[in-house]
Design a protein around this ligand. Structure first.
Ligand SMILES: NC(=O)C1=CN([C@@H]2O[C@H](COP(=O)(O)OP(=O)(O)OC[C@H]3O[C@@H](n4cnc5c(N)ncnc54)[C@H](O)[C@@H]3O)[C@@H](O)[C@H]2O)C=CC1
Ligand SMILES: O=C(O)[C@@H]1CCC=N1
Length: 267
């Protein structure tokens, strides 16, 4: 059976689990390893998947998805290392942790794939990027891609770009949520009730995302089409430029990239 184990069923682990269940994976094809019993009980109730020990998970599953925090990967690997064989496939979603970190701790020849997904996996709109480590063959990359395709879009990129990917699409949804939050506050400032402001902004975000995704038009052209001469939009754009929002985004995403690099060096 093509079984898989998810180590660490937190926010991202659950996002992947929910998508796999929606994609038709049955509860007996998936096990989880979760440190908190309450969390495991909640996921059993919601997705009917069993929580098992690390040893049981490695014995049960061929594909091992590591979804614990970067700072917890080392301890987890200490317990898994004697059990994992080159017949397993290790798929890591931990930000910043390079495949060579795993390869140095696991038996020789164990294939490792580094993946950066994002939480829109919860609604089958994830952006996932996969990169293969030293022992990952085409069949391993294809297996990782097949695993992630049901929850969204998948691209294959060199591992050297994974820290930048983490900053762009891994953390990316948070930037949009932040922007939406601020725009709803602007609605409050202008006297619009919160629920109405949220409706106006979320639908505008959805429409804009759909146009970006489907129109195949450059974002500049789409923005220009909204920006009437002497109108309201250009008045707002002037303020965004005056406050350095573009430069702030460049700095913010560079900081996220730097933090991803740092996470890979800390543990
Ligand atoms: N949250 C996000 O949007 C994204 C997160 N990631 C990566 O996914 C990983 C998990 O992130 P989150 O889900 O946000 O964190 P989280 O803190 O919500 O989940 C981590 C889970 O791992 C469990 N855990 C820790 N050590 C364990 C162990 N030894 N055995 C069993 N369970 C253990 C914790 O109890 C917790 O439920 C991180 O490495 C992060 O870099 C990647 C892409 C996006
Ligand atoms: O904030 C983080 O470290 C994780 C990785 C990408 C998104 N969330």
């Amino acid at each position: 059976m093509n079984t898989l184990a998810i180590f660490g069923a937190g926010k991202l682990g659950e996002a992947l689990l929910s998508g796999l269940r929606r994609a038709g994976r049955t509860p007996d094809e998936i096990v989880i390893v979760e440190r908190y019993e309450e969390r495991a009980a909640f996921l059993l109730e919601k997705y009917q998947v069993r929580a098992v020990t690390p040893a049981e998970a490695v014995a049960h599953a061929r594909t091992l998805i590591v979804a614990v925090k970067p700072q917890d990967v080392g301890v987890l690997l200490d317990s898994l290392a004697p059990l994992v064989t080159p017949d397993h496939l290790v798929v890591s979603v931990a930000a910043g942790i390079p495949t060579k970190y795993y390869e140095a701790r696991l038996a020789d020849g164990v294939p490792v794939i580094r993946v950066m997904p994002n939480t829109p996996a919860l609604v089958d709109e994830a952006m996932s990027v996969v990169s293969g480590g030293a022992h990952a063959e085409e069949k391993h990359l294809a297996a990782a891609e097949a695993l992630l395709q049901p929850v969204g879009k998948v691209r294959r990129l060199p591992e050297s770009q994974q820290d930048a990917v983490t900053a762009l699409s891994g953390s990316g949804p948070a930037y949009f949520f932040f922007l939406v939050e601020a725009m709803i506050d602007a609605g409050i400032l202008l006297g619009i009730p919160r629920d109405v402001a949220a409706d106006l902004i979320v639908q505008s975000a959805l429409g804009a995302a759909k146009m970006l995704s489907e129109a195949g038009t450059h974002p500049v052209q789409l923005r220009e089409a909204v920006t009437s001469p002497g109108g309201t939009t250009i008045a707002a754009i002037r303020e965004l430029e005056r406050h350095g929002v573009r430069a702030a985004l460049l700095d913010a995403i560079e900081a996220a990239r730097d933090r991803s690099v740092e996470l890979g060096q800390l543990y």
